[in-house]
Write a new protein. Structure first.
Length: 753
């Protein structure tokens, strides 16, 4: 690195000799990135990002001051002996702290209100900090702001006046009802600008790949052409006529002012394409920047993304989730996943909501691109109840103050309206407009699309044995049976005649996809087919059986199961949905509470157990069982509540806001093409790159950590790379999936899905 030292030493002026990064070009020459240029570039980008929520002046200051610490002689000495890009990161051991100085300067210039910028600047590499932290006090913002000697050291290098002496913002801090969200959005603007400006200097080829997706204005004509062709070849059936009505109402409702919408349509009523029609027209009418389609499960997202690719073309859809097929990933799509700078994004609840509460720069940089958009929440009844309060608070804020129109799309609308009691309150979503019309219109649509009859057991408390159930299922040539537990699915499958099909989370994603493809093929040809599945088929998997059995569960689960029955209305009579009480209890927690709430309603023997008006009552009962505190089980609202001293616990909130609890651990199993990938993994010379990881993700099964540890101790699995565990023993069954039940003692929550 002597070339770098000579380069730096040849510059006389103190501030102009300070660099943010250093790039080695193809010819071996070193090119410096002047620090002042970087600060101004980040400020300009961050200001442009934050203009969408009238916070450009705040973001500009954050950009100008975020790397003031790089004026420290210690950092400039460090950059002489490290590559410029590596020196940019400070979280690894031995790095020089350069983010605290800008935070200190914000406090010096702006006093207490400077804490807003201090959070952003102090966290722009390591992540938004907590104000105070008992677990890691040295990383708290309060502790870091005591290191005042660092500021004088940096200022002694005379940073340019146009960077230091910018007047404080004239606008008041935004987010009056939710300061913490406003700060996270500002943080998103800063870190995305920092990443992009650094990338522009360090990797111009990479930067040139960004922004090449079709604009929303190009997508609507493609959609209309697709729908015209689809309508022309569709049979004139009652179901298709209702789908056309749903589509028409969505198009008409798109003219309404931005805000909160619901789309309540029975399963199989064409919600996916109809909601997209609403979003495209609404975006054009009100100048929205992008459309996000948010789906609860990775197991169903690929089907939706494939539909969208069929409509718009391969180049138009950004699919962002953990199971994405790496064969479809391109350098351009990989970059777009970093910050969602594209027109149409299909993603998961986990990716969307955890990003909104995240603290890490890599996770939060996309947030500013959610603003002024249309967000479709598919299967809205699956919003996790234990995080419902913070989720709804964020939806309200984004809709009310940041230009986001939400569509809550489901066959079974949850009860999300605000409620008050004598000594409690639930702040939900008010002023939600139903796209299908009033309650009468929703009921009429339900009646018109009624394709099944639901049969209930005489005694909802009397269990049916697995043997009796298997004998009954064997009398049906084509039947789907859905249970809650993985081991129940395995046991029941073993009692059926040969040829029955099994589906559960014990199978890796590729295995499930292969089996679902076989199921669809056999359904299309009319072959006999008996399928035993966990509830993973209940949302978004378009199957159509004449008979469906469902273990007693929440009313929403029964309705979703019914959506896999007579979906296209082809049965001569109504399809049959048979509810039975299984011999095992649902796991303690949400599934048991949902079962109890559903059973309580069904005991009244309603003439139509799937009537729309029952779902509001069902969800109210379900949420009541959890209590108001149970709807924010991790106390996220308390950690982020407004306070005059701006003392927030961003990092703790991010750690606690995990939609999928870390009680499970992944194992890469031996199925299909995974053998080839695992052979590469076993060669130390082969780099474990992002593409290989994405390919391996298709062959992962998540199991309880206790069982994971036991299998590791028994050498049934092995750690091939750090935190990458691979099946070694012959545990993977081609029908059932990963079989570990012989010696496992399960906890209740381990047994679902």
């Amino acid at each position: 690195m002597s070339h770098v030292r000579n380069l730096l030493d040849s510059v006389q002026d103190r501030s102009s000799s300070c660099f943010a990064h250093i790039r080695q070009d193809a010819d071996g020459q070193w090119s410096p990135h002047p620090l002042g240029e970087h600060l101004r570039g980040v400020a300009t980008l961050a200001e442009s990002f934050a203009t969408v929520f009238a916070a450009g002046d705040w973001a500009k200051l954050a950009g100008l001051w975020h790397d003031l610490g790089k004026y420290r002689p210690a950092f400039q000495h460090y950059i002489r002996s490290a590559s410029g890009y590596d020196a940019h990161i400070e979280t690894a051991p031995g790095r020089v702290d350069h983010s605290t100085i800008g935070a200190l300067y914000a406090i010096e210039r702006m006093k207490d209100v400077g804490r807003i910028l201090a959070y952003l600047i102090a966290g722009h590499h390591a992540g938004l900090p907590d104000w105070q932290s008992a677990e890691a006090p040295a990383s708290s913002l309060a502790h870091r702001l005591k290191q005042t000697d660092l500021l004088a050291e940096a200022l002694a290098q005379a940073p340019p006046a146009d960077i230091l002496n910018v007047p404080p913002p004239t606008s008041s801090p935004g987010g009056q009802r939710n300061h913490a969200l406003w700060i996270r959005l500002l943080f998103s603007c800063l870190v995305d600008a920092d990443f992009l400006d650094t990338e522009q200097f360090m990797s111009r080829e990479k930067a040139g790949l960004r922004g090449q997706y079709p604009a929303l204005a190009e997508l609507e004509p493609r959609f209309e052409a697709y729908m015209t062709a689809l309508t022309a070849r569709a049979d004139d059936t009652p179901v298709n006529r209702m789908r056309a009505l749903v589509l028409e109402r969505c198009r008409n409702a798109a003219e309404k002012a931005p805000g909160l919408f619901s789309l309540t349509v029975p399963t199989g009523g064409g919600k996916t394409l109809a909601s997209l029609a609403f979003a495209l027209r609404h975006a054009r009418r009100y100048g929205k920047r992008r459309i996000l389609y948010v789906i609860p499960y990775t197991s169903i997202i690929e089907q939706t993304a494939d539909v969208f690719r069929g409509v718009f073309g391969e180049d138009a859809v950004l699919e962002h989730h953990s199971n994405f097929d790496s064969e479809r990933e391109t350098p351009r799509s990989r970059l777009a996943c970093e910050n969602w700078d594209t027109s149409l994004i299909v993603t998961t609840n986990v990716q969307f909501f955890e990003s909104l509460f995240a603290a890490r720069p890599s996770r939060t940089r996309k947030l500013h691109n959610i603003l002024d958009s249309v967000v479709i929440l598919d299967e809205a009844q699956l919003l996790p109840p234990e995080f419902l309060t913070p989720i709804l608070s964020t939806i309200r804020e984004l809709s009310g103050h940041y230009g986001v129109s939400f569509v809550l799309c489901t066959a079974t609308q949850p009860a999300l309206a605000s409620q008050r009691g004598f000594d409690w309150r639930f702040d939900g979503l008010d002023d939600v407009r139903e796209i299908m019309g009033d309650a009468t219109a929703v009921q009429e649509l339900h009646t018109s699309l009624r394709r099944v009859e639901v049969s209930l057991p005489a005694d909802l408390h009397a269990p049916t044995s697995w043997e009796a159930l298997a004998a009954e299922l064997a009398t049906h040539p084509r039947v789907l049976c859905i249970v809650d537990r993985r081991d129940d699915a395995c046991l029941l499958h073993g009692l059926l005649p040969a040829g029955a099909v099994h589906l559960s989370g014990l199978m890796c994603g590729q295995h499930r996809a292969d089996v679902i493809a076989v199921i669809k093929e056999r359904l299309a040809t009319g072959e006999p087919l008996r399928v035993i599945s966990t509830q993973l088929v209940e949302a978004g998997v378009d199957l159509d059986f004449p008979v469906v059995y469902r273990a007693l569960a929440g009313l929403d689960s029964i309705a979703q199961a019914a959506g896999r029955c007579n979906r296209e209305g082809r049965c001569f009579n109504l399809g049959r949905v048979v509810v039975f009480a299984p011999p095992t209890e649902p796991p303690v927690g949400h599934l048991r509470q949902a079962r109890d709430a559903g059973r309580q309603l069904l005991q009244r023997r309603p003439s139509d157990p799937l009537a729309p008006e029952l779902f509001a009552e069902y969800f109210q009962s379900l949420y009541w069982r959890k209590g108001v505190e149970g709807l924010d089980r991790q106390g996220i609202q308390t950690l982020l509540k407004n306070n005059q001293r701006l003392e927030f616990s961003f990092r703790t909130a991010a750690e606690r806001f995990q939609l999928i609890p870390e009680t499970q651990a992944p194992v890469i199993v031996r199925y299909g093409d995974s053998e080839r990938l695992l052979a590469r993994l076993a060669r130390p010379s082969d780099e474990l790159d992002r593409k290989m990881l994405r390919q391996l993700q298709r062959y992962v099964v998540n199991i309880p950590r206790r069982i994971h540890q036991r299998l590791l101790a028994e050498d049934a699995i092995a750690e091939r790379r750090p935190s990458v565990y691979v099946q070694v023993a012959p545990l993977y069954d081609p029908v059932i999936g990963l079989r570990v039940e012989q010696t496992a003692n399960y906890e209740p929550d381990d047994l679902i899905v």
